[in-house]
Design a binder for this molecule. Structure first.
Ligand SMILES: [Zn+2]
Length: 458
């Protein structure tokens, strides 16, 4: 049938598709470093031209930072928006790369062929899976399967400063029935996964101050309050014996896992021993009545990410520091309200302060968790399509990380987002020797063809 024709064409065109990806990977589009501004521009131009070659009206769109690429093609059926990013992370330390990060190579490894180079997995290779699926479709059918908006960002690796303003200014143009985002991975590197929830993130930095200067512990020790003592007591009180976070009201808005999802996750047989074993650990440290997978995908956390105070250099110094500070982050789920949690956390800190001590706060951003609308028909269509392509049935998976773009689509455009990606755990994204499996690239392209087919046939 016609889908079979598209899939056969994808198989036959793999060498040309790979060459195109290698071409894009040669562009040094490091967004965080101003020295590469022209290269980011060049990557945007490359994508505009490539979209034009499959009949998409595309343009480079200026922002205060690096340009967006937006393309449209008209058609019947659902209106789909596809998002990816063309910028990449810096490549240092350069001496840990086996090859020039911007001279990508196809390399045979014991686990199969890989495309080695910066951006191969995050996110140029993933972005091109969708474009190549569209190219094969166009070649077979003479047109694309439905109305599609292509939306490529060039600042994802440097905090996306222009993304929200651009989405707000162009909201009408960017609205669609569903947003597809390809910037995630396979579950345990083999099971295709559709992300159904993302955690939010709240950052707080606290500095406890006591005396007006550093003091000698022989002169003042035991008499003067030591801010490190206060700080560590605050931190020690953030979790109870069972691993739960003690900030008052912290679990307000945390949903219980629906039974069907819990059963699906159980069936994934997540190997938590291997997960922890990989980092030489063996005992899950979170809420003791939860499975490790629940801890990562559906439960909120509180972690101390950094702690400073007193003398930390070589040797020894008997000092009572004037201040001590910690950076603390919370991963949030469901309807947890970051502002309320910040307030309650600060109230808790103040309740721990002895006389003579004060506290300074520095807030570090906050985003809510998000839960995808899995009752949108595209989710089931994609699940079936992915299960047809991969040896293992696709899973509805949670994601422990925070990917703000999905929330932006919902909040700014009112559009539900579906996150599907084909990266593997060992792709070394953001690190030296980044790679993307040729299998991920090939099956990723075929997956999008199947998903588009399922969505437009429905
Ligand atoms: Zn990415």
């Amino acid at each position: 049938m016609t889908l079979e024709n598209v899939l056969s064409r994808i198989d036959a065109e793999m060498p040309a598709a790979t060459d195109r990806l290698l071409d894009l990977l040669r562009i040094q589009s490091i967004s965080t470093d101003p020295a590469y501004k022209a290269e980011c521009d060049r990557a945007a131009d490359w994508l505009v031209a490539d979209l034009a070659s499959i009949g998409v009206q595309a343009a480079k769109r200026a922002t205060p930072g690096h340009p967006m690429v937006v393309g449209h093609v008209d058609g019947d059926g659902p209106h789909v928006l596809f998002y990816g990013h063309y910028d990449v992370q810096p490549v240092d330390p350069l001496d840990l790369w086996d090859n020039d990060p911007f001279d990508p190579q196809i390399e045979e490894t014991p686990n199969g062929a890989v495309i080695r180079g910066r951006g191969s997995s995050d996110d140029k290779g993933q972005l091109m899976t969708f474009v190549e699926a569209c190219r094969a479709w166009k070649a077979e059918h003479g047109s694309l399967p439905c109305k599609i908006t292509f939306f490529f960002e060039g600042e994802e690796e440097s905090g996306s400063p222009s993304l929200v303003p651009f989405m707000e200014e162009n909201a009408e143009e960017l609205k669609s029935d569903i947003a597809l985002i390809c910037d995630t991975g396979l579950f345990q590197s083999k099971t295709p996964a559709i992300i159904t929830s993302l955690r939010g993130l709240l950052g707080e930095e606290i500095t406890i101050k006591a005396a007006n200067k550093d003091l000698h512990s022989g002169m003042f020790g035991g008499v003067a309050m030591n801010p490190i003592r206060v700080l560590t007591k605050i931190i020690a009180g953030l979790h109870d014996e069972s691993g739960r976070v003690t900030v008052p009201g912290f679990y307000d808005g945390v949903p219980e896992l629906p039974e069907d999802l819990a059963a699906q996750w159980q069936a994934l047989a997540f190997d938590h021993a291997a997960f922890l074993g990989d980092v030489d650990l063996s005992v899950p440290a979170g809420e003791q009545d939860r499975t490790p997978l629940e801890m990562i995908w559906s439960r909120p956390t509180c972690e101390v990410n950094g702690i400073t105070g007193g003398y930390t250099g070589e040797g020894f110094k008997t000092v009572l520091p004037a201040q001590a500070s910690a950076k603390i982050s919370f991963r949030l789920v469901g309807d947890q309200d970051p502002h309320k949690i910040r307030e309650n956390f600060r109230a808790y800190v103040e309740s721990c302060l002895p006389a003579d001590c004060t506290v300074d706060y520095k807030g570090h951003g906050n985003s809510r968790g998000s839960v995808m609308a899995t009752d949108h028909p595209a989710f089931e269509q994609a699940r079936v399509a992915l299960s047809d392509e991969w040896p293992e049935a696709a899973a509805f998976a949670g994601c422990g990380g925070s990917i703000p773009i999905a929330g932006h689509f919902k909040k700014i455009l009112g559009t539900d987002a579906m996150l599907i990606g084909f990266a593997k755990d060992d792709d070394q994204i953001h690190s030296p020797n980044e790679k993307y499996d040729v299998e991920s690239f090939h099956k990723g392209i075929r997956s999008w063809a199947r998903i588009l087919d399922a969505m437009t046939r429905a």
